[in-house]
Write a protein that binds this ligand. Structure first.
Ligand code: PAF
Length: 281
């Protein structure tokens, strides 16, 4: 990888990196397409990163299908697929980890306390191995993008973070490798995520400014769904991920949701940019 990057850099080529855990869907492909537009070489990494899964999570059963991924990437025009083994990426008895302190403890971090440490560490390692000019992430993992932006800023990494919009199925379900776990009835119930986000957007455009009220109205849609267990719905500042009590005209927010359908945990979000808010993203 290093040699390949060195040769291409010497030839003046720009490098885009799309880090993934494989089992690709159209959301990942949209990142590859964005990278191809903006860089000479697009590298896609596929690595199911053990350190971002807690012991009770789905690391061992996380879906993997390299041949399918490779075919999709070939069709999308990726230049390089980088599929390191855990032993290549993590030095034996490694002692160095990256922790983006406060941002990793709130929201998703309350439910997955070690998750963002694992994400930040693997992404920093991938950045060091591939040395991209730009790296591409989906807005679906909104907090991940905020954590990683902070890491890039704090550590002066010479990399531009590019965040691409959520890609949804025709009926609104955000694309995710984990959707494959859903039973047909859970798949139907899971539409509540995008429906409740749409409701929140409508309430806010019609003038509701109280965050609690928006969340209350959203939660009503989850009542009576048999297999659905809501972890949280929050309205957070888009930069700090701190909970907002009111939606200010100068603000930018994410409405974030995490919800379990049986043993499958899905997340979804929407970005709310108020008329006088900063130009963000
Ligand atoms: O978003 C993902 O798929 C993963 O968290 C990432 C960024 C590839 C790190 O393992």
């Amino acid at each position: 990888m290093r040699q390949f990057i060195r040769q291409n850099r010497l030839a003046g080529k720009s490098i885009g990196l799309v880090p993934t855990m494989g089992f690709l869907h159209q959301g990942h492909i949209s990142l590859v397409e964005a990278s191809k537009k903006e860089n000479d070489i697009t590298v896609v990494s596929i690595f199911v990163n053990p350190t971002q899964f807690a012991p009770n999570e789905d690391f061992s059963r996380y879906p993997r299908d390299f041949d399918r991924d490779a075919a999709l990437l070939l069709e999308a025009g990726a230049d390089v697929i980088f599929t390191p083994e855990a032993g290549d990426v993590y030095v034996k008895n490694a002692q160095t980890f990256i922790s983006v302190e406060d941002l990793s403890k709130i929201a998703e971090g309350e439910f997955r306390p070690t998750h963002f440490r694992g994400v930040a560490t693997i992404v920093a390692i991938l950045f060091n191995l591939v040395q991209p000019d730009k790296a591409y992430f989906g807005q679906k993992d909104a907090q991940q993008t905020v954590v990683l932006r902070r890491m890039v800023k704090d550590l002066h990494m010479p990399i531009e973070m590019v965040v691409c919009p959520i890609v949804r199925e025709a009926d609104g379900l955000a694309m995710s490798s984990r959707n494959i776990y859903l039973t047909p009835s859970q798949r139907k119930d899971a539409l509540v995520l995008s429906r409740s986000l749409k409701l929140a957007q409508d309430l806010i455009s019609n003038g509701t400014r109280d965050a609690k009220e928006v969340i209350h109205q959203m939660k009503l849609l989850y009542n009576g769904l048999q297999e659905c267990n809501l972890d949280y719905i929050r309205i957070v500042d888009a930069d700090t991920f701190m909970e907002a009590s009111a939606i200010e005209l100068e603000g930018c927010y994410f409405i974030i949701i995490a919800c379990k359908f049986g043993t499958t945990r899905l997340i979804d979000n929407c970005f709310i940019s108020m008329p006088n808010g900063p130009i963000f993203q």
